[in-house]
Design a protein around this ligand. Structure first.
Ligand SMILES: Cc1cc2nc3c(=O)[nH]c(=O)nc-3n(C[C@H](O)[C@H](O)[C@H](O)COP(=O)(O)OP(=O)(O)OC[C@H]3O[C@@H](n4cnc5c(N)ncnc54)[C@H](O)[C@@H]3O)c2cc1C
Length: 415
């Protein structure tokens, strides 16, 4: 009988599971990959999309912009993977099936859950309503267009008030976004003849360091941000947001209010609700628990990886929600699904030491590997090469190279 292998989500994890399985599986297996979107998103370059300059924003230039970080899922696979564009509504492990919005129920013999995460606003009043999340391609394009329209309107009415752009969260995403926004604001100020020194970009960070990789990384980032006119407000937590104001609280409970014309929110993610509704509990922060084989202990035919899984390292701590881990976990999931089908022993997942690469403002980056910290142009270059490596892993070489070159051309325009 044909074995049905169903993969939910075509992000970093799902694409890798499907790619590896398609190479490994015998002909009597059917692999189906389901995603609600047509394209696979490369999140690490999203900050470039939000801040890409255009003299005139047209439908064509937005399509071109999207294409730099989104790859049509169908173009990644041959005929041995069925790609289904549909939304997963529910996972029904008792009946080995999932419920899809359009196709209805779909049954499986083996399931790989790779549904990722979504923006977490932690129930902070007004945050969802009055901030821009930075998680999807639509979020990044919306920020880009909104900023352009915002400056255009200011120019039309001829006012020159102080503008406050705030970025909630001083992790890698917040730092990358705010740094690149400084270039975009330079461009928009020129385009709409607005005094640049009337525009303030500020990161609001709860802790006393940026990025979360130690003091040395934080100091390098802080200096780079300052050199590009980005301020950082440490020790402040966003507690309430309205259309033009942000209420901040310190750890000691002191309350302060600041003006805000635009708030970008990069402060956190939570597990995809389809997964948390079905499997999550408090201990796993909503994620599906998996053992060292990345298999669910209760439902042995369910495997999971990436942001929606609670994957533990050898010290039983949760592995970070990062693309590089999603990718290597996915390789083990593919290996273990084929092992299960073949009835042979599975492999344990042992996370490797992560390499953190954080680009900050143009052709500059910071790399942290174990205790070693590097910074400068070369780190930015390593990052660009990492992007090429990823393209080569999902596309044929010529297409990968073309896509990467296209990205390079678009991304350096703003530096
Ligand atoms: C702005 C930003 C920058 C980042 N930069 C880095 C970086 O530089 N390095 C790094 O290692 N990590 C980075 N990350 C983290 C990284 O993106 C995630 O850890 C990674 O994407 C997790 O992979 P995943 O496959 O679990 O989820 P995702 O890549 O998010 O994929 C989930 C997939 O599931 C699909 N999906 C979700 N819900 C449904 C549904 N109900 N039905 C059907 N399909 C659904 C989505 O469309 C998506 O394609 C960044 C994240 C963000 C937001």
């Amino acid at each position: 009988m044909v074995k049905k292998i169903l993969i939910l989500g075509a992000g970093f994890a799902g694409i890798r599971v499907a790619k590896d399985l398609s190479r490994r599986m015998p002909a009597d297996c059917k692999i189906t990959l389901v995603d609600k979107n047509k394209g696979h998103l490369y999140t690490p370059d999203l900050y470039e999309i939000a801040s890409s300059p255009h003299q005139k924003i047209t439908e064509e230039c937005l399509v071109e912009l999207r294409e730099t970080v989104v790859t049509p899922i169908a173009s990644i696979f041959g005929s041995n993977v069925e790609v289904l564009r549909d939304e997963v509504l529910r996972i029904l492990p008792e009946s080995n099936s999932v419920e899809l919005k359009n196709a209805g129920k779909l049954s499986y013999d083996y399931l790989a859950i790779c549904l990722g995460s979504s923006t977490n606003t932690y129930n902070i009043p007004g945050l969802e309503q009055f901030s821009y999340p930075v998680k999807s391609i639509n979020d990044a394009v919306a920020i880009n267009c909104h900023l352009d329209t915002f400056f255009k309107e200011l120019w039309k009415v001829g006012k020159k008030p102080e503008i406050d752009i705030n970025v909630g969260g001083g992790g890698p995403t917040g730092v990358e976004f705010s740094a690149e926004l400084s270039f975009y604001v330079n461009f928009l100020s020129k385009k709409y003849k607005y005094p640049r020194d009337h525009v303030k970009i500020r990161i609001i960070q709860g802790g006393n360091e940026l990025i979360g990789l130690g003091r040395e990384v934080s100091m390098i980032a802080l200096n780079r941000l300052k050199a590009h006119g980005v301020d950082v407000l440490f020790g402040s937590y966003i507690s309430k947001v309205s259309a033009n104001e942000i209420e901040l609280k310190t750890k000691e409970g002191q309350v302060n209010t600041i003006k805000s014309d635009l708030l970008l929110w990069t402060g956190g993610v939570k597990v995809n609700s389809v997964v948390s509704n079905c499997f999550g509990d408090e201990k796993s922060a909503g994620a599906i628990m998996v053992n060292h084989f990345l298999q669910n202990d209760k439902y042995k035919n369910i495997f999971a990886c990436g942001d929606s899984a609670f994957v533990k390292n050898q010290k039983e701590e949760r592995v970070l929600m990062m693309a590089q881990f999603a990718y290597e976990e996915a390789k083990i999931v593919a290996k273990n699904i084929s092992a299960s089908v073949a009835g042979v022993a599975m492999s344990e997942y042992i996370p490797s030491d992560p390499v953190f690469i954080i680009p900050i403002a143009g052709k500059f980056g910071i790399i942290k590997y174990k205790e070693h910290v590097f910074s400068g142009f070369w780190c930015w270059l390593v990052r660009r090469i990492t992007d090429l490596r990823y393209c080569l892993q999902i596309l044929p070489p010529w297409q990968a190279f073309k896509k990467w070159m296209h990205g390079n051309r678009v991304f350096v325009e703003n530096d």
